[in-house]
Design a binder for this molecule. Structure first.
Ligand SMILES: C[S@@+](CC[C@H](N)C(=O)[O-])C[C@H]1O[C@@H](n2cnc3c(N)ncnc32)[C@H](O)[C@@H]1O
Length: 218
């Protein structure tokens, strides 16, 4: 595996994410398919009318693996990420470049704290919200909830309190009860709790505690 500068890049994806080395993370994730939670959420909306394409927000879109899938499925997309290299990689995808020209993709760099979210039928946040600082998460979640129209959906991941990174101060980790509280006004269509040790040994070992969520706003 070589990195974006053509140099060997041996860092496993989860170690890159632990260090917030997003360039190494994107290198590792190159060519990966869209996230299962997103694909399942798209399916739940059924056929999209091309003349009346609904809007999806992709928060912490990374290199655009989910953004591209949304566009392919006929959605309009508002995608934001805090890292300029992620946004550059989204723009390099031909589907995304074309969608920008057609006005179907609104793409930009922004930290979670400065995202003014437009109203949308779907908010997708794949493995990104745990990287929001704990002091900013409450406000961000209020904006996410306000953005989702009734009948619309949230899909993505939140990290649990038993996750190996829960001691890192700049991350948001929630208990199962705290997670459920966020979705008081939603029907939980999918809630999978992953709570398991990683397969790696030694310093690469990590305990994963992840909630995989699809929820529909009532
Ligand atoms: C683990 S990656 C996930 C990327 C992509 N959603 C995926 O599923 O592959 C986390 C993403 O969150 C972004 N991110 C982390 N902290 C952020 C912040 N404070 N504001 C905006 N984006 C942030 C990173 O740049 C990175 O692209």
């Amino acid at each position: 595996m070589t990195g974006s500068q053509g140099q060997p890049n041996p860092l496993p994806a989860h170690e890159a994410a632990e260090r917030r080395d997003w360039v190494a993370y994107f290198d590792r994730m190159q060519g990966k398919p869209p996230r299962a939670t997103l694909l399942n959420a798209i399916e739940r909306f059924g056929e999209i009318e091309p003349t009346d394409a609904p809007l999806a927000l992709d928060l912490g879109c990374g290199d655009g693996r989910d953004t591209e899938a949304l566009l392919d499925a006929g959605w309009r997309v508002w995608a934001r990420d805090g890292h300029e290299d992620g946004i550059r990689r989204v723009r390099e995808r031909s589907v995304c470049r074309l969608a920008i020209e057609q006005g179907r993709l609104d793409l930009g760099i922004a930290p979670f704290s400065e995202m003014n979210l437009p109203r949308a039928h779907l908010v997708n946040a794949s493995f990104s919200l745990p990287f929001c600082a704990p002091g900013e998460f409450g406000g961000l979640w209020q904006r996410i909830d306000a953005a989702i129209t009734p009948g619309g959906r949230f899909c993505g991941q939140l990290f649990g309190d038993r996750d190996g990174w829960s001691t890192l101060e700049d991350r948001t980790h929630l208990t199962r009860a705290e997670t459920l509280t966020l979705f008081d006004q939603y029907i939980l269509e999918r809630l999978e709790e992953e709570d398991r040790p990683s397969r790696q040994a030694g310093s690469a070992h990590k305990h994963w505690h992840v909630f995989h969520i699809i929820a529909r706003k009532q």
